[in-house]
Design a protein around this ligand. Sequence first.
Ligand code: SF4
Length: 335
Amino acid sequence: MSSLHAPLLAWYDAVRRDLPWRRNQDPYAIWISEIMLQQTQVATVIPYFERWMARFPDVQTLAAADEQEALAHWQGLGYYRRARLLQEAARVLAAAGKGFPRTAAELLSLPGIGRYTAGAISSIAFNKPEPLVDGNVERVFARLTGFGEPKPSLTRAAWDWAAVHIHAERPGDWNQALMELGATVCRPIEPDCAHCPVQQVCLARREGRVERLPAPSIKPMTIAMVSHVWVPICGKRVGVRQIPAGEWWEGMWEFPRARTDEEMRELIPGAWPETAGSFRHSVTHHRILVYVARVRLEREVEGLRWIDIDEIDSIPMPAAQRRALKRVEMLDALG
Ligand code: SF4
């Protein structure tokens, strides 16, 4: 065991990156950072994390904050459900008034906290011997042990391996060392095996299988979709509506959107759409072709919230909706 533990921890102690959430063991800060880091690069997360912590420095402040403000602070990170669940969990914690749970089992009962995040908070903030597995740990595990099966077998085996190898005295550092190795040395492409602290015990390196591990996942088929977005303008105001529950980006704001032109005409009857072009964007494995149009209106139609165009940046909107607005603004630029 020490053939893995000692060199990896020594390497981590020497090279660990100075990241804002590593400066203390505040479970709230670690929680926020871990949720932000899901699906998002470290460099992107840092300014978001700092702004978030300045505005919502603890559970109580987040619990008491307006949801729209929390979403606005998340804007640009994507996967907005994460922000909503953070606030939901903060409210549960604030209402219970018992402080931050310390064990992974207790943490798992909170909204939005899965096995990985529970392991991260418990091990890093409270030094509990809880394992964690993310994409980096999965890759390091597959290469070190030569495990050749794809997900979901890979994930299951990685969790078992992580639980067996958790460091009893320094579980938080150990977990972070594994993730750091995956992020900076045992990278998906062109891993730096020559500078790897555990190259002596790596089966994939010994057997020349590094580039073939981990085994690639079977990707879900891409689904093509079409969406029509109309930007209604009345004087200097634009009409938006809140995205209903159960849809992507629920609770945020959007311009009227439908699957067909006909549906749009029912939403805004009597309008004359001026085409503003189209663009493509992806959500999970959906590839969406978005047709954008501007509609100028004499009167503000009911059923929409009308806001000053200068205030549009202050409400939380999905990135695709902002792209649609840019298309419309380009119409004016083109005359
Ligand atoms: S030797 Fe190479 S493949 Fe093995 S763990 Fe280190 S970086 Fe990854």
